[in-house]
Design a protein around this ligand. Structure first.
Ligand code: ADP
Length: 445
């Protein structure tokens, strides 16, 4: 099993995270465009004179391009919190270059306020990004500019008149207004995020309370039903005792009652499993298919041998998920495959392959197959394909695949079956995965 390491979010988060960061990066590109327009306008109107406007424009163009590029690639880098600091550091470098070309650390020092934008921006990209780290990065960039000037390596270009002209004051006031409004935009965005977080937390708490109530209810119902069903089993066993010397017809009927009661007992047990297994809290981690299948192989060994079936684990890409629950998923699919393959020539293949940002797990058998019209139905609670013409295999309760579906969907994945009668079945699961090996365990529901 692969090692878990810090710095990456859970498999359910990346899409939301990438969308949030994309929005923030686009606003970043917008801010640079506005900043450029502002400088060019001030220059064109003669309010201020920037002797190095061409170089400044080149820095602006680079900043806009980099921000757009990063906006369309957020899904690749946003999982690592540290990448936000890299992003903000790049922007801090661009601001520093603009400051250097626009008069240096003192002449146009007021533009220092621009750094504040990136301090807030980091938090809008990823709410867990520390504003202090970004503030320190910006501070260092500005200090480097000042130190470079002090050392005489860079001579600031005078852009302001002495004394300062009215037009220059207007430019600074307007710039201050724009910068502050941009900060307000982010503050607003953060507030919206905080509000939706609070709403979501309240909903999650309500759902959890409902879930617990439902679990209690199922527990009570299954518990209360167990006793009468057990009594039916007990009494039918007694009636079948030779001391009662039942006639043939009566015996057949009592055996039928016994079978029905046994089935009801299995359904009650499976219903309890359904609630139990899917509500267990578990951490996400990297799992290995061979390790996930091992307990199931051990449990099913006798059945596999009795059937003379061959089980092969063909490939084993690491799987990002909750190991106990995924163990239950593969155990269920394997158990079904063993049940439905023909005697002495059963072939069952398990496979896990990485496909982009997903892992594809397949459990393929050469069993009796499933008619197409039941492909969806079998994943519903108590959903089963009809027994007729399916080799007289004893049927279960139809709960197993419903559990499989719930677990897979809880992982943000999908499951389906490809099958037709007589040509075997292939159960396919697609699970999202972080796209590198550096992932950490996440606490889950
Ligand atoms: P159970 O096996 O307890 O009936 P499941 O939910 O696991 O419940 O399966 C639902 C139904 O799907 C089964 O009753 C069977 O009709 C069909 N099925 C599942 N797996 C296979 C398989 N590998 N081959 C053929 N039919 C299958």
């Amino acid at each position: 099993m692969a090692e878990a390491s810090p710095g990456v979010t859970s498999a359910n988060e990346p899409r939301d995270l990438a969308a949030q960061a994309r929005g923030a990066a686009l606003i970043g590109a917008g801010a640079w465009t506005l900043f450029l327009a502002f400088i060019v306008l001030a220059h064109a109107l003669g309010l201020m004179h920037f002797p190095q406007l061409a170089r400044m424009a080149a820095v602006f163009a680079a900043a806009i391009g980099v921000n757009l590029l990063l906006a369309v690639t957020t899904h690749r880098w946003i999982r690592w919190r540290v990448s936000v600091y890299g992003y903000e550091a790049l922007n801090a470098v661009f601001v520093t270059l603009v400051l250097a070309y626009a008069g240096g650390s003192v002449q146009l020092g007021i533009v220092f306020v621009t750094y504040g934008f990136f301090v807030v921006h980091g938090g809008a990209m990823r709410s867990d990004a520390s504003p202090f780290v970004t503030a320190s990065i910006c501070g260092m960039a500005y200090a480097t500019l000042a130190a470079t000037e002090a050392a005489g390596w860079l001579t600031p270009t005078p852009v302001l008149h002495d004394p300062v002209r009215a037009g220059e004051r207007v430019v600074f006031v307007a710039f201050g207004l724009i910068a502050l409004n941009y900060l307000a935009l982010y503050a607003q965005r953060m507030r919206t995020l905080a509000t939706s977080n609070a709403t979501l937390s309240a909903k999650a708490r309500a759902l959890e309370a409902n879930r617990q109530e439902l679990e209690q209810f199922v527990y009570r119902v299954t518990h209360d039903l167990k006793t009468p069903v057990n009594n039916v089993l007990l009494f039918s066993d007694r009636l079948l005792d030779p001391e009662y010397a039942l006639g043939e017809a009566a015996r057949t009927r009592v055996e039928r009652i016994r079978q029905i009661a046994e089935h009801a007992e299995n359904m009650i047990a499976d219903l309890w499993d359904f609630v139990q297994i899917t509500s267990q809290p578990e951490h996400l981690t990297w799992c290995d298919l061979t390790a996930l299948v091992a307990p199931a192989l051990q449990t099913l060994q006798a059945q596999i041998e009795a059937k003379g079936a061959r089980v092969t684990i063909v490939g084993a890409a690491p799987i990002w998920g909750r190991s106990k629950k995924l163990g239950h998923v593969v155990a269920n699919l394997l158990g079904n495959a063993v049940r439905y393959v023909p005697d002495d020539r059963g072939e069952i293949d398990l496979l896990a392959v990485a496909e982009g940002v997903e892992t594809r797990i397949t459990v393929r058998d050469n069993g009796i197959g499933i008619p197409e019209e039941y492909h969806r139905h079998i994943f519903e609670l108590y959903g089963r394909a009809p027994e007729a013409g399916r080799g007289g295999v004893p049927q279960g309760t139809g709960v197993g695949l419903a559990i499989v579906k719930r677990i897979v969907e809880e992982h943000g994945g999908t499951v389906w079956v490809e099958s037709s009668p007589g040509s075997g079945s292939c159960f396919v699961i697609r699970l999202p995965r972080p796209d590198t090996g550096r992932a950490r365990s996440e606490p889950v529901l």
